[in-house]
Design a protein around this ligand. Structure first.
Ligand SMILES: [Zn+2]
Length: 321
């Protein structure tokens, strides 16, 4: 009998992915997310994809993609299909943005960062989260003579009505309808966020023409058929925005599991900025055991293959869907 694999005919229901940015080699923190997503896919008999998230081109380091793939291979984490590069998928992002514009769920914004700051100062309102400014919605009613710089997602769209007419976009008819997004995280439990209040109308395409992380991730996950997203907890805060985009684009919402972070000595998330060293791939089992401990999986011994098989079994007990 032929065992030829036909991805369209025999695609398993489960499709997971690991989506690193090629800003440097993998470190102890990024290996946790890689291992967790691989184990979840294996435990559920699914596909595991790797997507190189290189949309933020100024931050990308040449060759880092190849180094990440080499490090993953050293750890026995091999993708089930050739890696996909976001930098080669701009036509998909443009098509999605065009759809959102046609649906009047995206609008051009002409505000500089300075202008957004000024609005907040004038309101003397509380400064938003993470030092990141909640966009005050200035350009919802049009550019008022300014030049379009970025495209933003309209978070106050009334989804219970039909698409709003142009007066709604250009005039006062837009109401602040509560848009609390609720979802279930397989590790963190019940989550919710009011995107309009807590984030505001977020950017889809930046003033420099680069695609925003939110749009690229949502489009790629949908087009790659991703059913389960397993990634670091630092990305949990993006989930509500991504669910709003999925709904606006008519995509299914995947299941989410956000993994614990590895903290640096300063208590911050371990990153290249605070001294994370590249994985030592001369001792892959040691690196994997450290990652497994973060995931509360028992230490494993023997060959790399044996260890991965032990963790796959342990994962099923720990993170059963
Ligand atoms: Zn604006």
């Amino acid at each position: 009998m032929s065992s030829a694999f036909s991805p369209t005919a025999l695609r398993p229901r489960y499709t997971g992915r690991f989506a690193p940015s090629p800003t440097g080699p993998l470190h102890a923190g990024s290996l946790v997310a890689a291992l967790a997503s691989w184990l979840d896919a294996r435990a559920q008999g699914g596909l595991w994809l790797v997507r190189i998230e290189d949309t933020d081109t100024p931050r990308c380091v040449p060759g880092a993609d190849q180094e990440i793939l080499r490090q993953l291979a050293c750890c026995g984490l091999l993708p089930d299909a050739a890696p996909v590069y976001q930098s080669q998928r701009t036509a998909h992002y443009q098509a999605a943005l065009s759809r959102l514009i046609a649906q009047q769920q995206a609008y051009a914004c002409g505000c500089s960062r300075k202008e957004i700051e000024t609005v907040w100062q004038a309101r003397a309102a509380q400064r938003p989260r993470h030092g990141e400014l909640v966009y005050p919605g200035t350009c919802r009613t049009g550019l008022h003579g300014k030049t379009a710089r970025a495209w933003r997602f309209l978070t106050v769209f009334n989804r219970s009505n039909h698409a709003p007419d142009q007066q709604n976009i250009a005039g006062a008819a837009i109401k602040n309808i509560a848009h609390t997004v609720s979802w279930h995280d397989r590790r963190l439990g019940s989550q919710q966020q009011d995107v309009a209040q807590e984030v505001g109308d977020f950017v889809l395409q930046r003033a420099d023409g680069l695609w925003a992380y939110q749009l690229a991730v949502v489009v790629d996950d949908a087009l790659q058929g991703v059913t389960h997203i397993v990634r670091g907890e630092d990305l949990a805060d993006n989930t509500a925005r991504q669910i709003l985009l999925q709904q606006a684009l008519g995509y299914a919402t995947p299941q989410y599991l956000h993994t614990p972070l590895v903290l640096a000595t300063d208590g911050q998330k371990l990153s290249k900025q605070n001294g994370a060293t590249p994985l030592d791939t001369s001792a892959p089992l040691q690196a994997l055991n450290a990652a497994a401990a973060v995931l509360q999986l028992p230490a494993a011994h023997g060959s790399l293959g044996d260890a991965l098989a032990q963790w796959t079994q342990a994962w099923l007990l720990q993170y059963r869907v």
